[in-house]
Write a protein that binds this ligand. Structure first.
Ligand code: NPG
Length: 368
């Protein structure tokens, strides 16, 4: 497949509500979109980097530089046969998985369309819909948190994830459990704790949480393994798993019992598949995380989450959880039973609303 041109764009999109985590508040998102032109057709991808280096070292700006300076020149005007060939071309560039993933996912969408298959089936998905969960940011008060949970349960979400940080953890979770003893509940710390907090974190064991996500530092598999030995609650790793190698080592060390796969974080679908398979061999379930994506990244996440070892609801909510108007048609909607249907059209499976994208664009460059 020959890539004739590549367009990069940054949009400015306001979230319906600010989203607060242990590393800060996000209200405006700046999705970096990539459009590959292949044989006169457009194939879209989304880079999940945030504006600043809080969740990871990558930012919208670094991803733009990597794409423009290294990744796009490696593929432009070239015949790229398959994803393995793309990965070989990108291999000299160290790290920067979010920038690489944007291309890899757009390219995989192109391959799926070429093969006349919906992305989910092209990736090896085995179901036609996925179970949807919702991630709730840190709130000003426990009352507000309980109100937010009530609203999302009424909407039909199957699993509630709450963000925690020191000072907003045990009390908040205890209040939720008192009101909702039975719901599927988990907590995400985004690396806000240290191994010295183990005694504090052991208190979570009484809440019957599905899992505790990324309690400790990003690269610290050894401490996570030490913490997991002290906790009954399964630890899920997110930020710590940047590659299949990380996943293999985490599994070997017993650093987690669940893995959150975000294709945008690990370099794309192929690496996600490798992590998925390693986890399946170890009987460790995975689920698909979210990075407040537009409908383009969401379509990719939904497709990936149809693979068999995605056995837990992900952070894949409906478009109206995030945006007044999504940039794809049709938007993703929550079905009865708290599911989202995987698009069945070939390729990415959703139409990009180009006029809306144009209006939201704050930066654009065509490379050819
Ligand atoms: O529903 O997409 C969603 C948000 C899920 O909590 C969520 N994402 O730490 O995983 C995370 C967090 C996040 C969002 C991280 C944006 C970085 C950027």
């Amino acid at each position: 497949m020959k890539i004739d041109a590549v367009e990069l764009r940054v949009l400015k999109m306001r979230l319906l509500k600010p989203f607060r985590t242990s590393f800060g508040v996000q209200q405006d998102r700046y999705p970096l979109l990539i459009r590959l032109e292949v044989e006169g057709r457009s194939h879209w991808g989304e880079c999940v980097a945030s504006e600043g280096p809080w969740y990871s070292y990558e930012t919208v700006e670094t991803a733009w530089q990597l794409l423009k300076g290294y990744l796009v020149p490696a593929i432009l005007g070239r015949e790229v046969a398959d994803v393995a060939a793309l990965e070989t071309l990108f291999a000299p560039v160290r790290g920067h998985h979010m920038a690489k993933a944007a291309v890899e996912m757009a390219f995989t969408g192109a391959l799926a369309e070429h093969a006349r298959k919906p992305l989910a089936r092209f990736l090896g998905g085995t179901r036609d819909r996925i179970e949807s969960g919702v991630s709730i940011g840190i709130q000003a008060t426990v009352d507000e948190l309980l109100r937010a949970i009530e609203k999302h349960l009424e909407e039909g979400y199957r699993r509630i994830k709450v963000k925690i940080e020191p000072g907003w953890d045990v009390t908040a979770i205890a209040a939720i459990r008192e009101r909702y003893p039975e719901i599927s509940l988990m907590a995400d710390a985004n690396s806000a704790y240290d191994l010295e907090d183990a005694v504090h974190l052991v208190q979570f064991d009484r809440f019957g949480l599905l899992m505790l996500e990324q309690p400790l530092a990003v690269g610290d598999l050894v401490d996570h393994a030490a913490l997991q030995r002290q906790l009954r609650t399964p630890i899920c790793l997110d930020e710590s798993i940047e590659s299949a190698r990380d996943a293999r080592q985490a599994l070997q060390l017993g650093a987690c019992r669940v893995i959150n796969i975000k294709p945008g974080r690990v370099g794309g679908f192929a690496e996600s598949r490798r992590i998925h398979d390693l986890a399946a061999e170890a009987s460790v379930p995975v689920w698909c995380g979210g990075m407040l994506e537009t409908g383009i990244g969401r379509a990719c996440n939904v497709a990936l989450a149809t693979l068999p070892n995605f056995r837990l609801p992900g952070d894949i909510s409906a478009s109206d959880r995030y945006w007044a108007e999504d940039i794809v048609e049709p938007p993703f909607v929550l079905q009865k039973g708290g599911t989202i249907v995987a698009p069945t059209r070939w390729g990415l499976g959703v139409r990009v609303k180009v006029e809306l994208v144009e209006r939201l664009t704050v930066r654009r460059e065509l490379l050819h």
